[in-house]
Design a binder for this molecule. Structure first.
Ligand SMILES: N[C@@H](CCC(=O)N[C@@H](CS)C(=O)NCC(=O)O)C(=O)O
Length: 214
């Protein structure tokens, strides 16, 4: 039985949502603490003392502070023995997707969104570079899902949770699932999970929530 207190510093963002999804899937109780990144609260001194990198999410598990959404997913999976195969090729396939997510998908989606929506000046070469890369990655995932149900094989794992975070926020980089039938089927399957719906409702409520100082 888990009795320790879990806190998650987060906002309604693609990297944040992964952590509540995992916690809901695992049936672990947690307290969500709003860090309004639209107001720059991730750069406040109190939050920087938790994460010097100034980004959400941050997990505090019985006093243990952990940053980086992929590392948090692995920690929660190992803590419970769920959502990550214990050994062998099946485990390696999950890590393959987690590393691909952190090194390729997440930077491409984030930078495509920045240059499309947030850049102070138009940077067409940068926008094209990251948007093209993001589209290419969607194509790779669509092909992968033609003959397997989930990102790392036949079972739902933390690899699905990682990719879902950014797919959920795909409007920011201006992406769609049109012409991606396998990825669309996967997205609808994951989005329909009750734990995923509970997590999304909780992070969306943070937009109106009072700030939680670290
Ligand atoms: N590699 C980090 C990325 C975290 C990240 O970029 N978080 C965004 C929200 S999704 C953030 O805090 N952005 C605010 C900022 O960079 O100032 C992870 O996976 O946790």
């Amino acid at each position: 039985m888990q009795t320790n207190m879990i806190e998650v510093y987060a906002f309604a963002t693609p990297n944040s949502v992964k952590v509540p999804i995992a916690l809901e899937e695992l049936g672990l109780a947690y307290e969500l603490k709003a860090v309004n990144v639209r107001k720059g609260e991730q750069k406040d001194a109190a939050f920087l003392s938790l994460n010097a990198n100034g980004k959400v999410p941050v997990l505090v598990d019985d006093g243990f502070v952990l940053t980086e959404s992929a590392a948090i997913l692995v920690h929660l999976a190992e803590k419970t023995g769920e959502l990550l195969p214990q050994s062998g090729a099946a485990r390696a396939r999950v890590f393959e997707q987690l590393f691909f997510h952190a090194s390729a998908l997440s930077p491409a989606f984030g930078n495509a969104g920045f240059f499309k929506r947030s850049s102070p000046q138009p940077q067409p070469i940068a926008e094209a570079r990251f948007s093209t890369e993001a589209e290419r990655i969607l194509g790779l995932l669509d092909v992968k899902l033609a003959d397997q149900a989930f990102m790392a094989g036949d079972a739902f794992t933390i690899a699905d949770i990682a990719h879902f975070g950014w797919l959920w926020r795909r409007q920011f980089p201006g992406l769609t699932l049109d012409e991606r039938p396998n990825l669309s089927r996967w997205y609808e399957t994951v989005a329909a999970r009750p734990a995923v719906q509970r997590a999304i409702a909780r992070v969306e409520a943070l937009v109106e929530a009072p700030t939680s100082a670290a």
